[in-house]
Ligand binder design. Sequence first.
Ligand SMILES: *[C@@H]1O[C@H](CO)[C@@H](O)[C@H](O)[C@H]1NC(C)=O
Ligand SMILES: *[C@@H]1O[C@H](CO)[C@@H](O)[C@H](O)[C@H]1NC(C)=O
Ligand SMILES: *[C@@H]1O[C@H](CO)[C@@H](O)[C@H](O)[C@H]1NC(C)=O
Ligand SMILES: *[C@@H]1O[C@H](CO)[C@@H](O)[C@H](O)[C@H]1NC(C)=O
Ligand SMILES: *[C@@H]1O[C@H](CO)[C@@H](O)[C@H](O)[C@H]1NC(C)=O
Ligand SMILES: *[C@@H]1O[C@H](CO)[C@@H](O)[C@H](O)[C@H]1NC(C)=O
Length: 491
Amino acid sequence: MLILCAFSFLFLEANLALGLHIPFLQPSQTLLSSSGAPGANPYALKNHGNVAYTTNVTLNGKTFEVVLDTGSSDLWLNTENVELPGIKDSGISVPIVHRGLALSKDPLVTGAVSVGNFTWGGHAVQNQTFVHIGSSKHLKSRYHGVLGLAPPGGSNMLRKLVKHPEYNTTNILNHVFNATPHEPNLITLGLTRNNLSETTGGVFTIGEIEPGYRRIIQSPRLAVVSDTFWGTFMDGIIVNGRRIKGGSQSHNMIRVPAGKTLVSLDSGMETALAPAMYVDAMYSKLPGAKFDGRDGYNLPCDTRVNISLVFGGTKYPIHPIDTVGPEGLDKHGKVKCVGKFRYTPRDFGLDFVLGTTFLRNVYSLFDYGYWTPGVKSLPYVQLLSVVNPNKAWQDFPAMNTERVRQLTNPNSPSGTPSVYVASVISQPQVAAPTATPSIAQKIKKRMDWSFWLIFGLLGLVIMLFVFLAIDRVYGIVSGKGYKSLDEQNRV
Ligand SMILES: *[C@@H]1O[C@H](CO)[C@@H](O)[C@H](O)[C@H]1NC(C)=O
Ligand SMILES: *[C@@H]1O[C@H](CO)[C@@H](O)[C@H](O)[C@H]1NC(C)=O
Ligand SMILES: *[C@@H]1O[C@H](CO)[C@@H](O)[C@H](O)[C@H]1NC(C)=O
Ligand SMILES: *[C@@H]1O[C@H](CO)[C@@H](O)[C@H](O)[C@H]1NC(C)=O
Ligand SMILES: *[C@@H]1O[C@H](CO)[C@@H](O)[C@H](O)[C@H]1NC(C)=O
Ligand SMILES: *[C@@H]1O[C@H](CO)[C@@H](O)[C@H](O)[C@H]1NC(C)=O
């Protein structure tokens, strides 16, 4: 989910509904060059120990390694100690909620809106607005920011800038789409799994589908049911052959069809969140499983469980190596493992947040639809399984032995595995504007349960758009003739 996000109490006005014209004075222009040869890695996508996936952007010539985050909507940079000639603060501040481990008790940092010239992959964007933190003692991260790829409706900066029409708030993705009108306005993501070291992050494309994964266009098109996050409905899960569905706790006014759950797809988060009953079903009966008293399970590292998620009647198996994973060393220097699905907090607003623990198992396509000006179609998501469950089951023991060895071997190239260094979380939804007064309390609360996040940027977005989009969502649901799992009787 949002790795981080800025939020604002002041901009709850309903007039920001998508589709309304927001006037800008200063048009900005996108210069384009090609995204590079197929199979190239023009975005320098990197996998940091399966914890964070980053891309490089340059701002006025300086390189920033930022987390590629489908769970948030803003471009945010840590510019501390970076000389940036030509950049000056706008004086417009956007509060950013974060959690930098042991650096500050105060989760609030204020970022300033600025404008700069960016490059990303082969694309160049002039006068891109972004939020930056130039002098924060609080933020210490191995990454230099976050590139949010979630819908513009989730952008806190945009909400803030509605009063400042001199800024063009077009996000970086839409700048690129605008400059490539002949290409579909979609992005795709195929994340690598690695040995806890730094490796190439896999595939990231804009406007095109990676040749090896063309079959994805035959996957069910999953309607996106929110204008603020990549939200869609899930049919259920299968744990060692047993099906579980329903039990939605969603209370963000998106009507969840009977038996289904509301899911956010979030490349900015390592783990996954699921309602308690699902997490219990995954882990509680496994040998050696111990509830940690908060939100998840401690498990022996060699725990092997089959978990599949079902979307649009199609089963997406998760590699057993992703369902249970290391979370540091215990006091005897032994690797501790945990279930990578944890409880979704009760008041979270949606059911599942699927981080890279799930996303590594699919090639995913995110179609931006009408979020790009001039495009009329509905946004959607498609997923293509990239896991062979039989092979995964067989490969697991050796893979697990190897990862435990690497984590306990001080000479391993992975040294201090980044699995200890970074993880991210925040909240894409607040139930209703009435929740506003207690946000500080909520943050405190979440900081307690998020002890397991080592570097977590914890945020909240106040998402009015969701409410404004309800009609549209219902339209999507009924228009597409959404059927329940029972009716489909598949899987
Ligand atoms: C913002 O920049 C984009 C270029 O990507 C341009 O198409 C758009 O018209 C600009 N918006 C305004 C209001 O100037
Ligand atoms: C970017 O901003 C600068 C300074 O305001 C202006 O001179 C330039 O024309 C702008 N470029 C585009 C493409 O809007
Ligand atoms: C990406 O940025 C990081 C950090 O600045 C740098 O070490 C790396 O060389 C960059 N990669 C590419 C391909 O530019
Ligand atoms: C971006 O580049 C344009 C054209 O070179 C320049 O006029 C403008 O000042 C630059 N903007 C910033 C913020 O550096
Ligand atoms: C991970 O380790 C295994 C076993 O040593 C090896 O076969 C594999 O190539 C490694 N993978 C990567 C991405 O380094
Ligand atoms: C998990 O799935 C694999 C591959 O389909 C199968 O061989 C194995 O028996 C399953 N294990 C359990 C516990 O269901």
